[in-house]
Unconditional design. Sequence first.
Length: 146
Amino acid sequence: MINNSRWIRLAFCVALATTGCNRSRASNERASATAAPTTAAATATHGQTAARVARIIFVGKERPCNCTKARLEAGWAALEAALGTPPKVPVERLKVDAQPDKVAPYRRQKPAMALPALYFVDANGSVVDLLQGDVTRDQIVATLAR
């Protein structure tokens, strides 16, 4: 007999595995609906944000389907564009299918339903915010500016 927490985990894994191609855009539409600050405003507040967001965890997949692979590449490019070179905030790349134990602490705090999942983490390891799916540079800049 499987208890409720195992059913929930099983359902989450099935949902995560099947949403690669048929993901919902609702979370990204909500994020896009909020006003994104200009780059100058985001840069001006970056010093305050740096204390809040200590690192970013970029969760992808080692063996993605073609549409997920394209979204992962676009998400990584958006992250690089938002952070600049060298990156203003350290970034760690994890693979949900190859490193589930490393992804689990972040998923427990804020479950992601689409890839890529960008977890914005503070110095204590707590997830401050999460962006997922079709992530844009402006969304990342706006998240860092909060």
